[in-house]
Design a protein around this ligand. Structure first.
Ligand code: DC
Length: 222
């Protein structure tokens, strides 16, 4: 069967990763959460006290990222360390937009993401997947949802990870990240002209997955 690339972009907290993961599972595709890659680089910057300014090639080359399944879920490893529990903390949330605005960081990660999609059969979620990473993706989705729906979702996700952030803290962090993600020079969050908008404010995760799957089947059959 024909394999395609599915790019899912949108604001934080719209359920992009959960949807992408479900779609990938149903299609037997690879799922890549590019936010986890930017978060892992941010974690590296924080733990190695690297100043948040354009890093050298040497620094970037010290950061090895890969995804590996843990209990059936693809998780990110940084220099062979399982960091997926550490990349969702308040500290990483605070700095990730600044680190992901650095051009050298973006170029380094975009190149890795493009390699991951060479064989197609991939669902990738992020901010610039349909515009920069895979401008020729067969299916592009742009997800949006009301701020309140996104706050509620993030809050329950973080509770499951035992991360204690109030709804107000999450709200302020989302507003700040939305602003930074849409206003940076390199790879800003924006809808690709040919992306299909899905508003997830009143959808369940199952409905979100089904909507994307229906669109994917159309593309695969065409
Ligand atoms: O999807 P997320 O909230 O885990 O992403 C964390 C941050 O990473 C987000 O604030 C912006 C950045 N990001 C990015 O700049 N480009 C991507 N393709 C994915 C995420």
């Amino acid at each position: 069967m024909k394999k395609i690339i599915i790019a899912i972009d949108g604001y934080a907290g719209c359920g992009k990763s959960t949807t992408a993961k479900g779609v990938a599972k149903a299609l037997g595709y690879i799922f890549i959460d590019t936010g986890a890659m930017y978060r892992a680089v941010t974690y590296y910057f924080i733990t190695h006290q690297i100043p948040i300014k354009e890093p050298s090639e040497e620094i970037l080359n010290q950061i090895q990222l890969r995804f590996q399944k843990v209990e059936g879920q693809p998780q990110i490893f940084l220099n062979e360390m399982p960091v997926y529990q550490w990349i969702r903390t308040k500290m990483v949330n605070e700095y990730v937009s600044q680190v992901s605005a650095l051009k050298a960081v973006r170029r380094h990660l975009v190149a890795q993401q493009q390699l991951m999609g060479q064989e197609k059969g991939i669902v990738m979620d992020g901010r610039d997947i349909g515009t920069v990473v895979f401008p020729n993706a067969e299916l592009k989705i742009f997800m949006q949802a009301s701020l309140e729906a996104r706050v509620k979702r993030r809050h329950s996700e973080l509770l499951k990870l035992n991360i204690d952030m109030t709804e107000e803290e999450i709200r302020l962090n989302l507003i700040e990240r939305d602003y930074q993600d849409t206003h940076r020079e390199e790879g800003p969050l924006k809808k690709a002209n040919d992306a299909i908008v899905i508003d997830t404010s009143n959808l369940t995760i199952e409905e979100q997955i089904q909507q994307v799957l229906n669109l994917a089947y159309e593309k695969i059959r065409s």
